[in-house]
Ligand binder design. Structure first.
Ligand SMILES: [Fe+2]
Length: 257
């Protein structure tokens, strides 16, 4: 039967929406409660919706009963402190699974390539229902930071680099595209991440904000790209050697986020 997917994401696996152009009080992401949750770098997360409405970030499939990334339970103590962000996550009218703010410490392009991973949003997702994709709303003004999206983790031939100034809004099929962020700066980056179920309402939202499947890409020199690629390969090999020594198959440096 297959999943219900957004046609807008078919070409490249992501869309960039018009930037959010209203101010948001930083207290909405600074005053809420974070939990240590390492994912693709030095990170913490502040959930707005979780499996059971508790302040934790585990995949819904790790709860009892296990379920896919849908029907997240809003956490009142958090959403009361972040009303604008909560409203933005709810605006499409699509089913929301996990919804949380990521705090990411600065890293390098090579870190980012090493951190490239696919998400697991559709684990246990029943066939014939909506495919879970993710919205990323950048909150801090990280003009020199960018999302790296690849079809293949180690193949640089298809790499989209999308700059992350305040207000940048993307929707990404994170189970298809390998993704991570290269965050340049002295302060942490904050971004609202929402799991949405693909549906006609989400399609209408994408259309309303002029979702486009390609955009301007952040420029990176060939030299930096080649050095990053070499460092990713070096770290992958080191990791594989470490696990080979222990008689285990190397795990990818990926964790669900
Ligand atoms: Fe992720």
């Amino acid at each position: 039967m297959g999943y219900i997917k957004s046609a807008a994401l078919e070409e490249t696996g992501f869309v960039v929406l018009d930037s959010y152009d209203k101010p948001v009080d930083p207290k909405e992401w600074l005053d809420i409660e974070y939990v240590d949750w390492k994912s693709s770098g030095d990170t913490r997360f502040a959930p707005l919706a979780s499996a059971k409405g508790e302040i934790e970030c585990n995949g819904f499939w790790n709860h009892e009963p296990p379920r896919t990334d849908k029907d997240g339970v809003w956490i009142d103590a958090q959403t009361e402190l972040a009303p604008t962000l909560t409203a933005r996550a709810q605006e499409p009218g699509a089913n929301v699974g996990r919804c949380r703010i990521i705090e990411l410490q600065p890293n390098s392009y090579a870190d980012c390539l090493y951190n490239l991973h696919q998400d697991d949003n559709n684990r246990l997702n029943p066939d014939g229902t909506g495919w879970v994709v993710r919205g990323f709303f950048n909150l801090t003004d990280d003009k020199d930071s960018y999302f790296v999206l690849r079809e293949n983790r180690t193949d640089p031939s298809i790499e989209y680099r999308i700059a992350l100034p305040a207000g940048a809004q993307l929707i990404v099929d994170t189970q298809r595209l390998w993704h991570a962020v290269h965050h340049q700066g002295d302060e942490p980056r904050y971004c609202l991440i929402t799991s949405w179920t693909s549906c006609p309402e989400l399609d209408a939202y994408i259309e309303k904000y002029n979702g486009r499947s390609t955009t301007e890409y952040y420029p990176v020199s060939e030299e930096v790209r080649e050095a990053g690629q070499a460092e990713q390969a070096r770290r992958d090999a080191a990791r594989a050697a470490y696990y080979a020594e222990k008689g285990q198959k190397a795990k990818l440096a990926m964790s669900e986020a």
